[in-house]
Ligand binder design. Structure first.
Ligand code: 6PG
Length: 242
């Protein structure tokens, strides 16, 4: 089912399966274009629940995975086999289903002390960006408007120099490692994948476009298009805007 196109960047796709398919199709197209144009491409994965099905469908795409590198936008500070690990979710839904060289999979060391993991990953990200910008950054959004592990009111949100930081999220009483806004802004494309009525209030503010440090999703920038793929419930925000 084609999504209603509210604007060039916002699409409401009512069904969960169609939403996941639209996200997988968009990411696959960006990656294929990147490999065709530059011989390689880099994908930054989102965590959380929403992207899982999109990753399972992305695994079915006929892509030259040996030419694609995979990074994460953030990670919980837990071991890679922990149920909360973003890496584990991606391994189950995508990595275990594709022929990608292990060397192309660049996970955040959630098992390491947060500051060490952040410093190590910043070196990874800097090495990647020395080659080329990230082709496709996939992001979810929390009901409070957080993206990756950039939560409202945290010092991570205020970071304008470092590319990767460790952050403590009081609301979750949890340590995270996250890419920062400057790192996300290097992307060639950003795709937000947002589902659920609980996201509507934050979406309505984020879709207005004015950056609000209390709403991290509104502060995300990209070198290219930022696409919002919304399910029917979240899309109420989009229709309100239109
Ligand atoms: C994480 C994600 C986070 C997620 C949002 C939305 O590590 O949890 O990076 O930013 O995208 O919290 O999560 P859901 O998709 O589960 O609603």
């Amino acid at each position: 089912m084609a999504g209603r196109d509210l604007s060039s960047a916002v699409r409401v796709i009512p069904g969960a399966e169609e939403l996941a398919a639209a996200a997988a199709e968009r990411v696959a197209a960006v990656l294929a274009d990147g490999v065709a144009a530059r011989g390689r491409a880099a994908l930054v994965l989102a965590g959380g629940r929403t992207p899982r099905r999109a990753y399972e469908l992305l695994a079915m795409a006929a892509l030259p995975w040996e030419r694609i590198w995979i990074y994460w936008g953030d990670e919980r500070c837990v071991p890679p086999d922990d149920a909360a690990s973003n890496y584990r979710m991606a391994r189950e839904a995508l990595l275990s289903r594709i022929a990608i060289p292990q060397a192309n999979v660049r996970r955040i060391a959630g098992e390491a002390p947060p500051e060490e993991a952040a410093a190590a990953y910043e070196r990874e990200v800097d090495a990647a960006l020395a080659e080329a910008p990230f082709d496709a950054v996939l992001l979810g959004m929390g009901a409070d408007g957080h993206v990756a592990s950039l939560f409202p009111g945290t010092t991570a949100m205020a970071e304008r120099e470092r590319r990767v930081v460790a952050t403590f999220v009081p609301r979750l009483s949890a340590h995270r490692v996250t890419l920062t806004l400057p790192a996300l802004a290097t992307s060639r494309t950003v795709t937000f994948l947002v589902a659920g009525a609980d996201k509507v209030p934050a979406l309505e503010r984020a879709l207005r476009g004015a950056p609000d440090v209390e709403l991290p999703a509104s502060c995300v920038r990209s070198r290219g298009e930022i696409a919002w793929l919304l399910d029917g419930a979240a899309g109420a925000a989009g229709s309100a805007r239109a």
